[in-house]
Design a protein around this ligand. Structure first.
Ligand SMILES: [Zn+2]
Length: 403
């Protein structure tokens, strides 16, 4: 039972992101030299199975000859105005943050006054880098063995299907993966179609105004085509995060929870309802809308219980608990055909399912549980859906006004 209330993976980020130093090349350059790096190949992180399943971090010093330090410029402005489309594209090293508990690396950086004052930042820096196009780096990562020739030791393993990494590593992998994926899909300006460049250690892209490749004879300005977003500070893009609501809805009496069976789910599997927030929609409204669309149930009050990043590719799941209106509890699947079945489950029934699932799970995962004649399964404890269901089953809504 020990891990059943642990935070889901990808929450509890273990590093200090020092986000205000991402635009400081001197800091990034120094941090990279002392860092450990998570390598990705086609968005699969380099992990190992020995002695246990974990990320296979590489010291930057072991890969620096294949992946040169890209933070050798003086300032982001200087880097942007020196843009030359004939130059090779440098590797994108995503700065994940500093583990302030690990002082072995000896890394420290003294703030240069101004925004960071005189503070000294210490710890082990971590970066993520994608090596999809770099065969030599891939070879080095796998220890000289070709991909597909081994199942143990360092290898590229898909993350989404396997949530078994230690929680702190899952969070770091998630951050790196999401930012690398966003960079891959945003190589061109969404306004003018010109190539963009990566700044802020992978967390910002800009559409440069000039390209040295366009300077052919004296007097050429190097100006690229007119880009409507290249005015003021608007020629920039940041990684997107898509808010997604996921909700445990209790009835007005507070003794039942609404769960749904999606047609993609295995037989007997029920989970909380969920859906994307629409543009200009509050979290509360999104919970009410999605619940009504998928189940016909009308929801009154809504509170946010907990949240979980879900970087596949870019969601932030906003875990909510809502309560149905007394006259709005009738299930009607006639609107959005997303669910095959929606049902009010007695919370006593859910408690028995949770106790059996958690009691019988060696890895904290959910299991098939027989409750009377019916076999029902809910998501495993690593999923925020489980946390929400468990919260209402354990009386989260008890003792509060019904509406
Ligand atoms: Zn542009």
């Amino acid at each position: 039972m020990g891990n059943t209330r642990a935070p889901p993976p990808t929450t509890g980020f273990p590093l200090n992101r020092l986000s205000f130093l991402r635009d400081t090349p001197a800091f990034l350059s120094s941090a990279l030299a002392s860092s450990r790096v998570i390598l990705f190949n086609n968005l699969h992180p380099l992990t190992t199975t020995t002695p246990h399943y974990s990320v296979h971090f590489l010291p930057y010093t072991t890969i620096s000859h294949l992946l040169p330090n890209p933070f050798t410029f003086e300032s982001e402005d200087a880097y942007t105005s020196a843009y030359d489309s004939r130059d090779p594209i440098p590797p994108i090293f995503v700065f994940l943050g500093v583990d302030e508990k690990d002082l072995e690396s000896g890394f420290e950086y003294q703030g240069q006054g101004g925004k960071s004052g005189d503070t000294v930042y210490k710890g082990r820096p971590y970066f993520a880098v994608d090596v999809s196009g770099n065969e030599k780096a891939q070879e080095l990562a796998l220890g000289g063995v070709k991909e597909g020739e081994k199942t143990e030791g360092p290898n590229w393993r898909p993350q989404r299907v396997d949530m078994g990494l230690p929680a702190r590593e899952a969070a770091m992998v998630g951050f790196g993966r999401q930012v690398l994926h966003w960079n891959m899909n945003n190589r061109f300006c969404s306004s003018c179609g010109s190539s963009t460049i990566s700044l802020h250690a992978g967390t910002k892209r800009v559409c440069p105004g000039t390209d040295k490749a366009l300077i052919i004879e004296d007097g050429d300005t190097g100006n690229r085509i007119v880009c409507t977003v290249r005015k003021g500070v608007h020629n920039i893009a940041f990684p997107r995060t898509d808010p997604t609501v996921i909700m445990a809805i209790v009835n007005s009496a507070g003794d039942k929870v609404l769960l749904g069976h999606n047609k993609r789910f295995p037989k007997g599997f029920f989970s909380t309802l969920a859906g994307f927030c629409e543009p200009c929609e509050s979290v509360e409204d999104a919970v009410r809308r999605e619940t009504w669309e998928e189940s016909g149930v009308r929801v009154g009050r809504v509170i946010i219980h907990s949240t979980q990043p879900w970087p596949y590719p870019a969601s932030l799941m906003l875990g909510c608990i809502g309560q149905a209106l007394p006259d709005g509890e009738t299930i009607d699947l006639g609107h959005d055909p997303e669910l095959e079945e929606a049902r009010w489950f007695d919370l006593g029934h859910i408690r028995r399912i949770i106790e059996k699932a958690e009691g019988g799970a060696k890895d904290g995962g959910g299991q098939w549980v027989s409750d009377g004649e019916e076999v029902v399964r809910i998501p495993p404890p690593a999923a925020i859906a489980h946390q929400l269901i468990a919260a209402v089953a354990r009386g989260f809504v008890g003792g509060v006004p019904k509406i």
